[in-house]
Ligand binder design. Sequence first.
Ligand SMILES: Cc1ncc(COP(=O)(O)O)c(C=O)c1O
Length: 377
Amino acid sequence: MTTTVTQDQYAIDQPEAILSPALVVFRELVEHNIQVMLDIAGSTERLRPHCKTHKMPAVARMQLEQGITKHKCATFAEADMLADAGAKDIFLGYNLVGPNIERAVAFAARYPDVSFSVTGDDASAIKSLGEVISAAGHTIGVLLDIDPGRQRTGVPVGREARELYALIDRTAGLRAEGLHLYDGHQRQQDFGERTAAVNAEWQKVAAFRDELVEAGHPVPRIVCGGTPTFPVYAAIYDPAIELSPGTCVFHDSGYGNAFPDMDRFIPAAVVFTRVISRPTPNRVTFDVGTKAIASDPPMGKRAFFPAIPNGEQVIHNEEHLVIETPDADRWSPGDTAIAIPSHVCPTVALHDQAVVISDDKVVDHWPVTARTRCINV
Ligand SMILES: Cc1ncc(COP(=O)(O)O)c(C=O)c1O
């Protein structure tokens, strides 16, 4: 990891009181990361953090308390969680199809004081959304999802995108609220190369926005990027840009390893684990299986153990992680350690709650409210 992580940052008084494996959040480190986010963004108005990383009302409230009024999510459960936490401007950056169209009506009815918006990239889905929303007497914002080369969702800038935006703008029940630009494929390790690639895409999107405005359409916002491209968009002066990083509020060892320029963020959510066996002279087995730490990163790279920086992760089963290390004899069953997830967002979603540490002490337990699929609507 390029971020310097010290064991002291993760000191816990009375670790014997914590069941393992446990998601543990260090409150001061979350506060630190939110401050770094604000510093990079330059102002609260430019930020629209994605809540998919934490899924916790407690963290949403910390951001609200810092004056962050705009929020992004990917599921209705996250939207519910944000609204219940007090957010008044919620962008669900996801295309609505099937029963999710009716859920948009239910959400608009349940939270009349929330400004709610979603993405769209398909004419028939956009028309269905407009019909159902206007029949119910509501309006919602729609941002056209632009594909900046990731080829996951969205349409490239050009004729089809222009027609879709015009459709959104003229459809009853819908407000044309701008563009959505998520570019998770921009993973160049070198910050200069990443900046150049993002700027090249941005030029096209900005020119497309200018065309839309000239054609008489409102384009109030362009919601851009995730954590790796956050500082790049933050450095572009354009009043329409809203920055939508998610991961950096907790940070993780995956981004810490991949992006040296992320070194101001400190991993704030870790998995607390215990040794449960010493099966061979060079092996230590921890109770942090794939049901406690995300297994989408490649085998061997799912966690960073500050206490065993050079250990090799050789077996990862549902409730077991086996690490080979020449220092295995320093470990005994019952010993505790912390594992910094390589991918924190799906790791958080594996846990019902987080044990909260402040000033080295357990001070609270925060529910991971939006790990479910359905809360209110
Ligand atoms: C649409 C969208 N926006 C924002 C983000 C946040 O990206 P990151 O996790 O890199 O901060 C993601 C991440 O998956 C995403 O899918």
